[in-house]
Write a protein that binds this ligand. Structure first.
Ligand code: SF4
Length: 144
């Protein structure tokens, strides 16, 4: 063993940096795995929740291929970002991102984003109509 390697092995700071560089990819891998399992669970067992949160999803897929390399590179991915099954892709793929949690980290450049509430929902329109009617009637009421 060279003197340099021997010194590095004995230096706790250097060996910790080495440890960290080994641990970080593992943590990233596990986080992505958790996200994958979470999406599988939500997509198959929490369909109502998924339906509700997908109403808040806006934007479109830019086909960057980023979500096609979660944990491993999808075998259907051709080149950097061309999915050969894009139009018939699985539910798991179509559901990405289910909610804003999926867009953290390296997915922040995804073409999708989430709004806080649905604009122009039936309930909101009803509330607007109701307030317009009540203000109209109060206006007419004050004139007479
Ligand atoms: S990360 Fe977003 S924009 Fe990129 S391929 Fe996946 S869904 Fe499409």
């Amino acid at each position: 063993m060279s003197a340099h390697k021997c010194r590095a092995a004995n230096n706790p700071l250097i060996s910790r940096v080495g440890e960290r560089s080994r641990i970080l990819p593992t943590v990233k891998f596990l986080k992505e795995g958790y996200g994958k399992i979470r999406r599988f669970y939500l997509g198959h067992f929490r369909k109502r929740y998924v339906q509700k949160v997908l109403e808040l999803r806006r934007g479109e897929c830019r086909r960057c291929g980023n979500c096609c390399t979660v944990m491993f590179r999808c075998p259907q991915l051709e080149g950097d970002a061309h999915c050969t099954l894009y139009h018939t892709r699985s539910l798991q793929c179509r559901l990405f991102p289910i909610d804003a949690r999926d867009l953290r980290g390296r997915f922040s450049s995804c073409g999708y984003y989430f709004v806080d509430e649905v604009e122009g929902s039936a309930e909101q329109e009803e509330a607007i109509q109701h307030s317009a009617q009540s203000s109209g009637s109060s206006t007419t009421g004050s004139q007479s």
